[in-house]
Design a protein around this ligand. Structure first.
Ligand code: FMN
Length: 413
């Protein structure tokens, strides 16, 4: 028995110097029980022979859309795959896949699938660091494509730097993670649902130059928006960090700066939302007065009078309809459970995501997070330190479960 028994994997190989390493990846996948269907691009054939993959994979290599034995190869391959792995992926492949240009069998197959996709880029450092390549990568990652590598190390031509294909062991581990955990598997369980997410820290202006802000990066909120979109939702993300969110066709981005602007955007979008996830760090106070001119340096101190902002979460808790699921966040430095439960009850919300931001690698600006979920039914779920996308997945799982339970309680079918 292998860990990939019965799983169908399309292995796309493109024309980079690391193409020879795809042979080892192919062998490991087959040894672990996978049915591997290899596709080689014309570029790949310049680096590695078809005969090698013919001998090692589960079926013969395919290279063309126009194969007489298989009239529509891309849809057969794409629809039957449990996963598509592109290893190595050239800069050309990233670009064509991003823009949806099906110029060859591999890109056509990538477009003709709903299976999760793993891309393992490999190229020289200069190519990898090109803004165009980086944009393509960010965009693809934002659509739920799992990107593995590249790593730093020796490159062709005696060079050293970032761009080296990840080692076969890491690539096979990523395949296992995606196939077994469903991360990036794009289960469409939010299809037809509207999700409103807020993200980032608000900025409260003191004068045209200065503001009162906080350290929220927006990463957790953006991860939730992306995860919801990848699972089929129509998402509106109200964010103070619009430049840092991946473009996704199902995410409408609403850029705001202040707590008041955020409140306005949220109140206008919330009536049509099935889920409202308030991940933003909204200022509790704002300067009573905004100076029109820059405040000049002076020897005397400066007093700024602050007034409370609108409590968006509490207003939503009081006005939302019974079918909506309202999710709040609590970033705490002490008494996590007590503070989170207080907020849950006092603001009338369904689910609270509490994190202890004093812990290592948790909260603001990290790519990882750890949290405890408390729901209005009294359930507590601990989420250990994980990538923010995985935390997003768990938050949406819990929110969806609450929605289903509510619907059943109200006698829906
Ligand atoms: C010797 C050599 C090595 C190359 N290595 C890479 C590489 O590692 N990564 C890459 O993106 N392109 C590399 N290229 C460029 C690609 O082969 C070229 O863009 C080709 O059109 C890619 O075709 P494909 O994506 O259809 O396989 C290399 C080209 C040559 C001649």
């Amino acid at each position: 028995m292998g860990i990939f028994d019965g799983r169908r994997i399309v292995l796309g190989v493109t024309g980079g110097i690391a193409a020879y390493k795809a042979v080892e990846v192919c062998r490991r996948l087959v040894d672990a029980g996978a049915h591997v269907s290899p596709i080689l691009t014309k570029g790949a054939e310049r680096f590695i022979g078809k005969a090698t993959f013919d001998a090692l994979a589960s079926e013969k290599v395919q290279t063309s859309l126009w194969d007489e034995d298989n009239p529509i190869p891309h849809t057969n391959l794409g629809q039957n795959a449990d996963l598509i792995l592109v290893c190595p992926a050239t800069a050309r492949l990233l670009s064509d896949y991003r823009i949806g240009r099906s110029a060859d069998l591999l890109t056509a197959t990538l477009l003709a699938t709903r299976a999760p996709v793993i891309i393992c880029p490999a190229m020289h450092t200069e190519m990898w660091e090109q803004p165009s390549v980086q944009e393509n990568i960010r965009e693809l990652a934002g659509r739920g494509v799992e990107i593995v590598g590249p790593e730093k190390g020796r490159l062709a031509g005696g060079d050293d730097g970032t761009g080296r294909l990840s080692d076969p062991g890491s690539i096979v581990a990523a395949v296992e993670k995606v196939l077994n955990s469903g991360v990036g598997a794009q289960v469409q369980d939010f299809f037809g649902l509207q999700v409103l997410v807020t993200a980032g820290g608000t900025k409260e202006p003191i004068c045209p130059v200065r503001y009162i802000g906080n350290r929220s990066s927006g990463k957790q909120g953006h991860a939730i928006a992306l995860e919801a979109a990848a699972r089929g939702a129509e998402v509106t993300c109200v964010t103070t960090q619009p430049d840092n969110i991946f473009h996704h066709p199902q995410i409408k981005v609403v850029a705001v700066e202040t707590a008041n602007e955020m409140a306005e955007a949220v109140f206008s979008e919330s009536p049509k939302s099935d889920f409202i996830v308030m991940a933003a760090a909204v200022a509790d106070f704002t300067p009573a007065e905004r100076h029109k001119e820059k405040i000049k340096k002076s020897k005397e101190g400066l007093e700024i009078h602050l007034v409370p902002t609108v409590d968006i979460l509490a207003s939503l808790g009081a006005t939302r309809n019974d079918e909506q699921i309202l999710v709040g966040f609590a970033a705490e430095t002490s008494d996590l459970e007590k503070n989170a439960k207080n907020k849950l009850e006092s603001k009338g919300i369904d689910l609270i995501v509490a994190n202890d931001i004093s812990a290592a690698n948790v909260g603001f600006d990290y790519d990882t997070n750890a949290a405890v979920l408390f729901d209005h039914m009294g359930k507590k779920t601990e989420l250990p330190l994980a990538d923010k996308r995985e935390i997003a997945q768990a938050v949406l799982d819990a929110a969806l479960k609450l929605k289903v339970d509510k619907h059943e309680e109200s006698g829906g079918n």
